[in-house]
Design a protein around this ligand. Structure first.
Ligand code: PLP
Length: 431
């Protein structure tokens, strides 16, 4: 049989660098041929060979309702008939902004943009503009999009400034980026002691989904909040992945239940709020958000920002996930996947740990959940690659790299989960 996926990948490689428009899609980490998606419906998609897969990526998070949800589809079709883009304001932008603010009360105002990268980059600029400071802290293993100042890894030693992780990023651009170990309170305190008065912000993924699934510990989160407040730095939650994915109130609502009165200063959103369309946002208190152009000195703009079709898609998605019972059902489904995988791994004697929140999950081929990037990287990658391909051959599509989170949608049924666990149990026996 001719492999249409391989044919398309070869053809793509002639005109698109690496054959893909975002690197992880190329299967470099796991080897093999990327699946070219022909169409998707509910919890499944079909590749160019007509092979069906149960989808646990969901476009890396956005497809929380599954593919082709009827209410979302209708909203998008209706919006498209009224015009694709105007470069002038529309009522739906207000509706989406109001819907977001209703569920994430730390935000009083929000600006809509087109990608998580753009939102993260703009939030950083705003934090710097609002505080008049340049330096900021990020954590190793957290991804905040590919803006220059954020493509940085830790330098040598504690509390030193970082090195670029990409060619084309001048060292000067990351000179003010301080990269610390996630969940390390000592390093955090040391950094604030040295640089506290020069820090514009601390930027964090509250549940880090770009190193699979690692929660910020409650004491660590609490200390971040205290130190930011004490030193006049803004605490920026990058919830591009976790926003409207781990809970209706996003990850900050999960921490607010554990830490009374807890809230970040700025929040960055993406993925789910666009429901699969290019849409992202950042927001916070009025007095900070008014620092943005046109009311303030921090410039930020976008031709397609608040795009009418994207806002229709996002709004319809948020309306669905705000319905009673949605989160209980989604959380139960995700939990049953995690429990099932855990049981299957235990039966096969494979070291395994897993965690989940709402519709997001992660697992490691490690006996205990790691707390930082260095520990995540000790996960057995040859074994993961075997697991990945075993699942793929069995019609189960998870992220093609061990440092990525997974996603369950409302379209996944208990039968889908049971079938996935059955496939996984067979693969675990071969590891
Ligand atoms: C996906 C992601 C981004 C980047 O969003 P894009 O839309 O891919 O630019 C930023 N931060 C986090 C936490 C993400 O998961």
């Amino acid at each position: 049989m001719t492999d249409r996926n391989q044919q398309l990948f070869d053809r793509a490689a002639q005109v698109i660098p690496g054959g893909v428009n975002s690197p992880v899609r190329a299967f470099r980490a796991v080897g093999g041929t990327p699946r070219f998606v022909q169409r998707a419906q509910g919890a499944y998609f079909w590749d160019a060979n007509g092979q069906q897969y149960t989808d646990y990526i969901g476009s890396w998070g956005p497809m929380i309702l599954g593919h082709g949800h009827p209410a979302v589809l209708e909203a998008v079709q209706k919006a498209a008939l009224d015009g694709f883009s105007f470069g002038a304001p529309t009522e739906r932008e207000i509706e989406l902004a109001e819907e977001i603010l209703k569920h994430v009360p730390s935000m009083e105002m929000v600006r809509l943009v087109s990608s998580g990268t753009e939102a993260g980059m703009s939030a950083l600029r705003l934090a710097r503009g609002a505080t008049g400071r340049n330096k900021f802290i990020k954590f190793e293993g957290c991804y905040h999009g590919h803006a220059d100042a954020l493509l940085v890894k830790a330098g040598s030693g504690l509390a030193t400034f970082g090195n670029p992780t990409s060619a084309g990023v001048p060292p000067e651009v990351v000179r003010d980026t301080l990269v610390l170990e996630y969940n390390n309170i000592t390093a955090l305190e040391e950094a604030f002691a040295l640089h506290g008065k020069e820090l514009a912000c601390v930027m964090i993924e509250p549940i880090a989904g770009n190193m699979n699934f690692v929660r910020a510990s409650v004491p660590f989160m609490q200390r971040c909040r205290e130190l930011c407040t004490e030193h006049g730095a803004l605490f920026v939650f990058d919830e591009v992945m976790t926003g409207f994915r781990v809970a209706l109130g996003s990850a900050q609502s999960v921490y607010a239940q554990l830490i009374p009165g807890f809230k970040p200063d700025l929040t960055v959103l993406g993925k789910v709020i666009g429901g699969g369309m290019p849409l992202a946002a950042f927001g916070g208190p009025r007095e900070i958000m008014r620092q943005l152009a046109p009311t303030g000195p921090v410039y930020q703009a976008g031709t397609l920002s608040g795009n009418p079709v994207a806002t229709a898609c996002g709004l319809a998605t948020l309306k669905e996930i705000a319905k009673p019972g949605f989160w209980d059902a989604l959380s139960a489904r995700t939990q049953s996947l995690v429990d099932g995988l855990q049981g299957a791994a235990a039966s096969a004697g494979v070291p395994f740990s897993a965690d989940c929140q709402g519709g997001m999950f992660g697992f490691f081929l490690l006996p205990e959940l790691p707390q930082n990037y260095a520990k995540v990287m000790t996960s057995d990658s040859p074994k993961f690659n075997k697991l990945f391909h075993g699942l793929l051959d069995g019609g189960v599509y998870i992220a093609p790299a061990l440092y990525e989170a997974g996603f369950v949608s409302a379209a996944h049924t208990e039968a889908d989960i049971a079938e996935t666990v059955r496939v996984a149990a067979d693969v675990f026996k071969t590891l």
